[in-house]
Design a protein around this ligand. Structure first.
Ligand code: DAH
Length: 353
C-alpha cells in the first residue's frame, strides 16, 4: 500500500525511477503467462503501483525539478505500457499456438471408455452361426410367417382337427377364425413343397409361440430350427449323418457320439429322437443331468401324407425333416440357465455374448 512520505530529494527520486525501470525490465523478462504479466502490470502501473507512486511523489518537487523528472517518469510509464502490451500479444499468441499443437494430435475416435457399445443379440449371432453351418452343407435358408393358418400349422402336417397330437401344442389362437401364432417352424415344410420342385434342402430358423406357463425352461416365445431335404432315395441315415455333422461343427469337436431312439411326431414316419453325448463332461454333469446324453435333435422321414399335402408324390420322392429347439441348443452351448433371459432385454445378460 502507498504511504505518503515526506519530501524526497531530487536525486533519490531519480534513483528510484532508474531502479523501477531496472526492476521492471527484469520482471517482464521472466514473465511466462498472461496471468504473471498482469501481476507485473499491477505492481508497476496499477493505482498503487511503483510508477503511479513515483508520480504522486514528484508533486512535492519544485517546478524545475518536475521539469526534469516528469519526462523521465513519463518515458518509464510509456515504455512499460508498451512492453506490457507487446508481451501480452506475444503470450496470447504463444498460448493459442500451444492449444493448436495439442488439438493437432487430438484423436476424435480415442478415449471412448464408458460409452455403451451395441452388438448383435445372442439370438442373431447364434442363428447366423447355425445358418452358416447348413449353408456349408448346401442348404438354403428360408423363412415363414409367425401368424399361421390352422391348415399349415396342423392339418397339412398330418394333424387333422380333433387329432390328439394337437394337445402337444398349447396354441395361441387369434380372434380371426383358423389363425394362430405358429407353434413350431414345421409349417414352412409344406409351404416350401408347394413352391419348389425337388430336390431341395432348406433350414428355417425362427421364432415360435406356445401358450404355456413360463419358467426357467419354458417361455411363450422361443426359437426353433426346422430342416428338410427332399430327393429320391432319401433315408434315415442321411438324417443321422446330417445331425452328427451339424452338432460336431456347432460344438467344435471331431468326436461327438449320437444315439437314436424312436420318437413320435405325426408329420414323420418313422420318427426319431437324436441325442448327443454331453460335450461338457465324460461321466455326467449338471447340464446332462448325470446321464451324459442330451436330447437335442428330433426328426424322421417325412410322412407320405405331408408330402402329398405339399403336392409331392411319395412314390417318387422321399425326404427327411428335423426341428430342433434353437433356444435350447443356445442354452446348452452358452450355458444359459434361464430361457427367459433371452428376450428379457437385460443388458447385463446380453453384454456377455
Ligand atoms: N415341430 C416339432 C415340435 O415343435 C419338432 C419336430 C420334430 C420337427 C420332428 C420336425 C420333425 O420336422 O421331423 O415339437
Amino acid at each position: 500500500m502507498f504511504v505518503m512520505v515526506g519530501r524526497r530529494s531530487m536525486s533519490s527520486l531519480k534513483r528510484e525511477v532508474e531502479q523501477a525501470q531496472e526492476e521492471f525490465s527484469q520482471r517482464i523478462d521472466r514473465v511466462t503467462s498472461v496471468k504473471d504479466l498482469e501481476v507485473v502490470r499491477i505492481d508497476f502501473l496499477g493505482r498503487q503501483g511503483k510508477i503511479s507512486t513515483l508520480f504522486k511523489q514528484i508533486k512535492t518537487l519544485s517546478v524545475d525539478e518536475k521539469k526534469e523528472l516528469v519526462p523521465l517518469l513519463n518515458n518509464l510509464k510509456n515504455i512499460s505500457e508498451d512492453l506490457i502490451k507487446k508481451s501480452k500479444d506475444r503470450l496470447v499468441q504463444q498460448q493459442a499456438h500451444a492449444v493448436q499443437l495439442k488439438q493437432k494430435n487430438f484423436d476424435v475416435t480415442a478415449g471412448q471408455t464408458g460409452l455403451l457399445k451395441g452388438h448383435s443379440h445372442l439370438y442373431s449371432q447364434f442363428i447366423e452361426e447355425i445358418e452358416n453351418i447348413f449353408i456349408s452343407m448346401g442348404y438354403d435358408v428360408l423363412d415363414g410367417p409367425y401368424v399361421e393358418t390352422d391348415y399349415y400349422n396342423f392339418t397339412a402336417l398330418n394333424i387333422p382337427q380333433d387329432h390328439p397330437a394337437r394337445d402337444m401344442y398349447d396354441t395361441f389362437w387369434l380372434n380371426k377364425k383358423n389363425l394362430l401364432l405358429r407353434t413350431h417352424t414345421s409349417p414352412v415344410q409344406v409351404r416350401t413343397m408347394e413352391h419348389c420342385k425337388p430336390p431341395f434342402a432348406a433350414v428355417v430358423p425362427g421364432f415360435t409361440f406356445r401358450h404355456e406357463a413360463t419358467d426357467a425352461t419354458h417361455d411363450t416365445m422361443f426359437a426353433q430350427c426346422e430342416g428338410f431335404v427332399i430327393d429320391k432315395n432319401i433315408t434315415l441315415s442321411h438324417l443321422f449323418a446330417t445331425a452328427q455333422t451339424f452338432l460336431k461343427t456347432l460344438f467344435k469337436t471331431d468326436d461327438l457320439d449320437i444315439r437314436i431312439r424312436p420318437g413320435f411326431f405325426p408329420f414323420v414316419e418313422p420318427g426319431v429322437e437324436i441325442d448327443m453325448r454331453c460335450p461338457f463332461c465324460k461321466s455326467g454333469c449338471s447340464v446332462c443331468k448325470k446321464t451324459t446324453w442330451l436330447e437335442v435333435f428330433p426328426g424322421g422321414l417325412i410322412h407320405p401324407n405331408v408330402l402329398r399335402a405339399g403336392g409331392i408324390d411319395p412314390e417318387e420322392y422321399s425326404g427327411f425333416a428335423f426341428g430342433f429347439g434353437l433356444t435350447r441348443l443356445a442354452m446348452l452351448k452358452y450355458k444359459v440357465n434361464d430361457i427367459r433371459l433371452f428376450l428379457s432385454g437385460k443388458l447385463k445378460f446380453l453384454e456377455q455374448f
